[in-house]
Design a protein around this ligand. Sequence first.
Ligand code: NAD
Length: 304
Amino acid sequence: MKVGFIGLGHMGGPMCRNIIKGGHEVLVHDLSDAAVRACVAVGGTAGGSVANIAGQVEVVMTSLPMPRDVEAVALGPDGIGEHAKPGTIYVDLSTNSPAVMKKIAARLADKDIVTLDGPVSGGVVGAEKATIAIMVGGDKGAFDTCMPIFQSFGKTIVHTGELGTGCIAKLVNNMIAFTNMVAGAEGLMMGVAAGIDPVILNEIVRNSSGNSMGYRGVAKSALERDFEPAFTVDLAYKDLRLALELADDLNMPLMLGPQVHNIMRMARGKDQGGENVTAILKVYEAAMGQQVGPAGKNSKKNSE
Ligand code: NAD
C-alpha cells in the first residue's frame, strides 16, 4: 500500500521504519532533515511536504507532539484536507484529544477523507520492536483496510469503537500509568529518606504488589540516573491535561489525576519539561534535598 508518514520523532521514526520494512511504499516528512534521512536510509522516500505527500498516497499517518500540531497538519492551508484525494484514509497515531479528532474528522469528511484516531502505547523500545499496542477509533472498513499497515508496526491492534474512542482508551491508560509512576517516585523517595538502600528497596518492590510498569520506569531512571528523553515530561503533561479535559466534559471527579498533573507542572517549572517523564522524581528529590540512587550515591551532598 502507498503510505504517507508525517512526524518521525521518538515514536514516529521507528514506527515508520517498520512500515517500510513491512514492504509498503512510504513517503516521509518531518521538520527535521535528520529524521527524514533515517527513514530514507531504510527505503522510505522524502516527500518534501505534507501537501506533496497527501496528494499521492492511499493512507496518510501522523505522529506529532501536540493537538495543535495535528490540527495544523490536517486542516491547515498546506495540510492533508486541502491536498489529499477523495477516498484517502487519514490516521492520527498521536496521543490526542477526542474532541480535536472529531473536529478534524468532520472537516475532512467534507472532502471524502476518512479519519481514524489510532494512538499507540509501548514506548520507544516497543516502537522499535514493533510490539506496541494500537487502539483505533472510527470507521471499521477503513480500520480493516489499514490492518496490513498496523500489523507492520504493532502487535496488539484493537478497534475501540467510534471515532475518538482510541484517544479515550489512550488517555485513560496514560492517566493510570503516570499515577503509578508518581506513586513509585514517592515510595522510593520515602524509603531512601528513611534509610533503606534503594537497590534493595527496588528488589523488593519489583517483586511485590507495588510493582507496575510506571514504577519500574522511574526506579530504572533513579538507579541509573538516566533521564534522557524517550517520552518527555512535556508530552506526559499534555496527555494528562487531555485526560483532565475529558473529566471536565463528563463532570467526573478525579482525585489522583490532578495531583499527578501538578507534580508534572512542578517538574516543568524546574525546566525539566524536556527530560524523560521519570524526571518527576526530581520534584521529590528537591523537596528532600536528597537523591534516590544506588547505595553510596544517595547522600545529601549528591542531591541535584
Ligand atoms: P517527538 O517530539 O519525539 O516527535 C515529534 C516529531 O514531529 C518531531 O520529529 C518533529 O520534528 C515532528 N513535527 C512536529 N511538527 C511537525 C510538522 N508540522 N510537520 C512535520 N513534522 C513535524 O514526539 P514523540 O515522543 O515521537 O511523540 C509523538 C506523539 O506520540 C505524541 O503525541 C506523544 O504523546 C505520543 N506518544 C509518545 C510516546 C513516547 O514514548 N515517546 C509513546 C506513546 C505515544
